[in-house]
Ligand binder design. Structure first.
Ligand code: AHR
Length: 654
């Protein structure tokens, strides 16, 4: 291919010279249509979801009540007494059910006293939306009390209110609807008794009407739309370190996340107390978002599901606890059962379980991650055992293995060759580093051996200050460096079959880790500049790699330009990062292009200030600008803004 390509450059160059005599321009970007390269997998750009930064409860899930079942270790977490004449207590005496042993006992000695829930750093209330309240209640003292249900401001002003009357002395579910007439990002839900009395409560819920219905019932619409707009090729879940847990007993176990949402048992979130500088003592996993919902979400997004399972190792940044090798069977069985749950027919126990949950058709699982970010010989021993069983029982499933937490340290150097010997299928590399690393590594995969495992760049993000530093910002400078790196990934899409930015979501008032791809609060959401980079690559993927050079050079980054090119259906998709702060004109040479269409479509992401960021107030400060211009010749000039990513969709055929 290389010799043909050189020949083509010679021809293309001579034609271009003629043009250059009348139109002197900057560097030439030479795209070779004569020789389509390898196919670009649909999974090239996907998303990494982890319940970090209140990404699930308080984030992607619309339930607004924190600790709604009073099962948090401190049973009153998130709840505050209202008024002086009230005694609040979490009791076990009269449970609602086996899975909900605790409930709230509210004893009011004065009228209009009760309790309030703070939500997840407040409750977002939007004018014009109705909020559906429900709770299981009983009045053990009789008297058929009346409860006032209100949404109110922090200082107690009522925003909307409804009444639940005649509460009986046995457990019953009560519902009411609260229309909101004003916006309030940090409201509370207040429950008070009109007269002195005793009420017990459990499974308190508040859901906005605007919440999604259908398969994604209970998902937050605006956040799901942000994911849809990325057109992700895959969805990795549920992490991240929460797969591992601080100790093995606290690991993520997918089977515990199925079934009635009200009956799922609580687990501490590993990010609860991970960072002393960002403590989140109220962070637990209710599994409102469980494995079945992850599969549904993947399906709705048109993304391949990529579950990651614990491999018998707790987080190595924490206890590093190991399941003994002769006790790995239950972990491996979890993997086998998960494959059956996803793909099995309803004549199998787990396939039947999926059908009973409402999904008769298989989810068509193709990938499975064995361990998250593991390293050392302990990982290899465990991975090998999983791989031995799975490769025989499920050769159709592609296994993802870990290369550790860094893209180049001794853990990485130790793992890669051994995983190659083990004939690992896809190796998950992680990289959190400064923007310069991403520029320097735009050619990282050019020299990788093609005969071994494929690569999944499974977690990466440019860090403006330092790895996971709380001062990190989602700047345009970071996003531009990621764009340069992504051109390198796309050029090597025969090897790098998956990539995902991490983490995905951050609650503006509840984050532990920054930077994140998408930020939100209780009412709003915005994409970072990195989000729009991911979106441009995700939505403009193309079908096969095309050879591309910069002034005849194969080096990506030549003249501070980073480029990749793909053949799409009847078009060439060209991505160009101008990492120089100055605007410049490039000469684009499409060698072998025929049957040109009339207009080129361009999406350009640019900002002169590398420190520019998006925000709730300015969500589109750094966002793609679309334009079109005529196409007359396969060799043409194009102006690039300084510090920009441009995607050109050029209608033509080889
Ligand atoms: O993305 C945040 C964390 O970074 C992930 O949970 C972990 O895999 C990595 O260390």
């Amino acid at each position: 291919m290389r010799s043909l390509f050189l020949a083509w450059i010679a021809i293309a160059g001579s034609t271009a010279v003629g043009l250059a005599q009348t139109a002197p321009a900057g560097p030439a970007i030479n795209v070779n249509l004569t020789e389509p390269g390898p196919m670009i997998p649909s999974t090239l750009v996907g998303v990494f979801f982890e319940d970090i930064n209140f990404g699930a409860d308080g984030g992607l899930m619309d339930e607004r009540i924190k600790n709604r079942s009073f099962e948090f270790p401190n049973g009153l977490t998130g709840w505050h007494p209202v008024g002086t004449g009230v005694k609040t207590e979490v009791i076990r005496a009269t449970p609602l059910g086996e899975r909900n042993p605790h409930s709230l006992r509210l004893e009011c000695t004065q009228a209009d006293s009760g309790i309030a829930n703070e939500g997840f750093r407040g409750i977002g209330v939007r004018s014009g939306t109705r909020y559906q309240f429900s709770a299981w209640l009983r009045a053990p003292g009789g008297g058929r009390p009346t409860m006032r249900v209100a949404l109110c401001t922090l200082d107690g002003q009522t925003l909307t209110e409804a009444r639940i009357t005649r509460i009986r002395n046995d457990w019953r579910r009560y519902d009411c609807s609260l229309p909101a007439l004003a916006d309030e990002p940090k409201a509370r839900l207040r429950l008070t008794l009109e007269q002195p009395g005793i009420v017990e409560a459990d499974l308190v819920s508040l859901m906005p009407d605007e919440s999604l219905k259908g398969p994604l019932r209970g998902f937050r619409r605006d956040l799901v739309n942000m994911l849809r707009d990325l057109k992700p090729g895959f969805l990795r879940f549920p992490g991240g370190c929460i797969v591992e847990g601080r100790r093995l007993a606290l690991r993520y176990q997918w089977k515990n996340t199925l079934g009635d949402r009200d009956d799922r048992s609580l687990l501490i979130n590993r990010w609860n107390d991970e960072f002393k500088h960002r403590p989140a003592p109220d962070y637990f996993q209710t599994f409102n978002l469980g494995f079945y919902e992850y599969f549904l979400l993947s399906e709705e997004l048109g993304a391949e599901p990529l579950p990651i399972l614990n491999c018998g190792m707790a987080c190595q940044f924490n206890s590093g606890e190991l399941a003994p090798l002769d006790e790995l069977d239950p972990y491996i069985q979890d993997a086998l059962d998960l494959i059956e749950f996803a793909n099995g027919s309803d004549s199998t126990p787990w396939g039947r379980r999926r059908r009973d949950l409402g999904h008769a058709a298989p989810f068509n699982l193709k990938f499975l991650g064995i361990g998250n970010e593991q390293w050392g010989p302990q990982y290899l021993e465990r991975y090998e055992r999983f791989a031995k069983v799975l490769s025989v029982r499920h050769p159709e499933i592609r296994l993802v293995s870990s290369a550790g937490p860094s893209p180049s340290d001794e853990r990485f150097e130790f793992l890669w060759p051994r995983l190659r010997e083990l004939k690992a299928d896809i190796i998950d590399e992680h990289c959190y580093a400064g923007p310069e690393w991403f520029y320097q590594n735009a050619g990282r995969y050019d020299g990788y051996d093609r005969s071994g495992p494929k690569v999944f760049m499974g977690e990466y993000a440019a860090q403006s200050v330092g790895v996971a530093k709380p001062e990190n910002r989602n700047t345009w400078g970071c996003a531009l460096a990621e764009a340069a790196f992504l051109t390198g990934i796309e050029r090597n899409a025969d090897l790098v079959v998956m990539s995902s930015y991490a983490p995905l979501f951050g609650h503006l008032d509840g984050w532990q880790w920054t930077p994140n791809l998408i930020w939100f609060d209780n009412l709003g959401v915005f994409g970072t500049p990195s989000y729009y980079v991911q979106q441009l690559f995700g939505r403009n993927r193309g079908e096969s790699i095309l050879g591309v050079k910069i002034d005849g050079s194969d080096r990506n980054g030549e003249k501070r330009l980073y480029v990749s090119a793909a053949q799409g259906r009847g078009e060439v998709i060209l991505k160009i990062v101008n990492a120089s702060p100055t605007a410049r004109t490039v000469r684009i040479e499409l060698a072998g292009a025929r049957r040109l269409g009339e207009r080129i479509r361009s999406s350009a992401l640019a900002h002169a200030d590398l420190n520019a960021e998006n925000s709730l107030a300015q969500p589109l400060r750094v966002a793609p600008v679309e334009s079109e211009f005529p196409l007359a010749d396969p060799f043409f000039e194009h102006s690039l803004a300084g510090s920009s990513l441009t995607v050109l969709r050029i209608p033509c055929r080889p």
